[in-house]
Write a protein that binds this ligand. Structure first.
Ligand code: SF4
Ligand code: SF4
Length: 117
């Protein structure tokens, strides 16, 4: 038994972004396809109004963060949860085309799987 389990708790993995080692392919593709992605300042307005987030576990702000961090594996499932209704577009204070961001992230993952990115 390792030391952490012995005390009944584990230490969270560091959430610091290591930009030298993070995978930038999806982030670069999304920014290329939807430049307004750069304007997101993670206020969470989109997540608060999200239709999909009301019915299931989905958070657009979290998805944006996964893209920025290059965390591809959790992103794979996250992009499938958006219903592309466009409600978030109406509330974003920075004018981010959020629906396009989701579509671009989904396209980037498909390209990754086909080794085209
Ligand atoms: S509402 Fe716009 S600025 Fe705020 S987290 Fe969502 S995309 Fe980013
Ligand atoms: S387009 Fe997607 S992220 Fe935006 S409100 Fe609709 S379900 Fe939520």
């Amino acid at each position: 038994m390792d030391q952490a389990n012995k005390f009944g708790f584990t230490i969270n993995r560091s959430r610091l972004i290591d930009y030298d080692r993070s995978d930038r392919k999806v982030r670069d593709y999304v920014t290329l396809m939807e430049p307004s992605f750069r304007l997101c300042f993670a206020c969470g307005g989109c997540a608060a109004t999200c239709t999909a987030g009301y019915h299931k576990s989905f958070n657009l702000r979290r998805m944006n963060t996964l893209i920025r961090r290059g965390e591809i594996e959790p992103l794979r499932e996250e992009v499938t949860r958006c219903m592309l209704c466009g409600k978030c577009l109406l509330v974003c204070p920075r004018g981010v085309n959020t629906r396009n961001v989701v579509a671009a992230a989904a396209a980037a993952i498909r390209k990754l799987d086909r080794n085209e990115l």
